[in-house]
Write a protein that binds this ligand. Structure first.
Ligand SMILES: NC(=O)c1ccc[n+]([C@@H]2O[C@H](COP(=O)([O-])OP(=O)(O)OC[C@H]3O[C@@H](n4cnc5c(N)ncnc54)[C@H](OP(=O)(O)O)[C@@H]3O)[C@@H](O)[C@H]2O)c1
Length: 321
């Protein structure tokens, strides 16, 4: 079948391993379900996979794509939940030490068909297009859990989102404003800050710029490049929620500031099946829809990957077929 896959790990030149071609038709084990993919979105995770980060070398070749939306054999339109637990696991799927995301062990969604455990599909709300629904399973789910499950913050409080135009960043801006937070955003260029303002951000700042006042919470996916700013930006007793470190981990965590200001730093990864169901309902009831900066045919996936590598994002990059 047609698929977009990582041929082998390539730490220095991830695009060189990106292959648009054919992979064998998947088998459907007991308890699994085949989904004919209509749309899948690109996540930074796919670039990590091409680099060989978070995946064992023997897992290659690996079909890329952590999330998606499609149609099952009986015609049901579905959204995929990408967190796959070990057999018998009950409770919060993100806490299973043996959990994997699609593309870590099981083949991903950038293909004609993806095969997932039956419990990893949810009904697609009719009001969401396949492209919009394809954004939900990774970036939007991660933002939802950071904001509503992990932060402990209340509507009306002020949050800072580090990064303006990325998948998780745009989701945080849109979910945060819809839920009644005062949302401040840093962006690396005038264009990116304008995008955030268009999405409802109440104020935007250049990366690292001094804020008019400290915020209740900071939402971090950038890591080393913004960490020191995040630590300075948060009020005593405030919270920093972290789900990524795109620019690298920061070995100088500023521990003195951490304990002296009694800050809370909370890690967050993906989200549960129930959180995904709640996110879908949130979008249905509020009318919030993911910002899609580029929608490309799967066959042109390389363009989307290059744009993400170059930081040329304006919301989610979605591939359709
Ligand atoms: N833990 C999880 O479950 C989980 C889930 C999803 C994503 N993540 C992680 O979250 C990160 C973002 O993923 P994504 O898919 O949203 O990627 P993306 O769409 O490429 O977005 C990248 C964002 O990072 C910002 N950024 C990158 N380098 C920067 C720098 N040097 N200085 C300031 N800002 C910088 C960009 O800001 P501008 O807009 O200003 O360019 C942009 O907003 C990745 O590291 C990913 O692995 C983790």
């Amino acid at each position: 079948m047609f698929a977009v896959f990582a041929a082998e790990p390539n730490p220095d030149d991830p695009i060189a391993s990106l292959t648009v071609g054919e992979r064998p038709e998947p088998e459907v084990p007991d308890g699994f379900i085949a989904v004919s993919v209509r749309a899948a979105s690109l996540n930074m995770h796919d670039l990590w996979t091409l680099r060989g980060v978070g995946i064992k070398p023997e897992q290659f070749p690996m079909i890329l794509g952590c999330d998606g939306a499609g149609v099952t054999e009986d015609g049901t339109e579905v959204v995929l939940h990408s967190v796959i637990t070990s057999p018998g696991w009950v409770g919060d799927e993100t806490l299973d030490p043996k959990r994997t995301l699609l593309t870590e062990k099981h083949q991903g969604t950038l293909a004609e068909t993806v095969v997932v455990p039956a419990r990893n599909v949810l009904p697609k709300p009719a009001g969401l297009s396949f492209a919009e629904a394809a954004c939900m399973g990774t970036a939007w789910l991660t933002a939802y859990r950071m904001l509503f499950t992990q932060s402990g913050l209340r509507p009306g409080q002020t949050i800072l989102v580090q990064g303006a135009s990325g998948g998780v960043s745009t989701a945080l801006i849109q979910l945060g404003t819809a839920a009644g937070f005062r949302v401040w955003v840093t962006g690396r260029s005038e264009e990116k800050r304008a995008l955030a303002e268009g999405l409802g951000a109440h104020a935007t700042f250049a990366s690292g710029e001094r804020l008019p006042e400290r915020v209740d919470g900071v939402f971090e996916t950038v890591g080393k490049a913004t960490w020191a700013h995040s630590m300075r930006a948060v009020k005593p007793g405030g919270v920093i929620v972290v789900s990524g470190s795109t620019s690298g981990p920061d070995p100088s965590a500023d521990l003195q500031r951490l304990f002296f200001l009694q800050l809370r730093v909370i890690g967050s990864t993906m989200g549960t099946r129930d959180e995904l169901a709640d996110l879908l309902r949130f979008c249905e009831t509020t009318g919030v829809r993911p910002t899609i900066g580029a929608e490309l045919p799967m066959a042109d996936a390389e363009q989307g990957f290059r744009d993400m590598l170059d930081g040329a994002t304006a919301g989610k990059i979605v591939f359709t077929r």
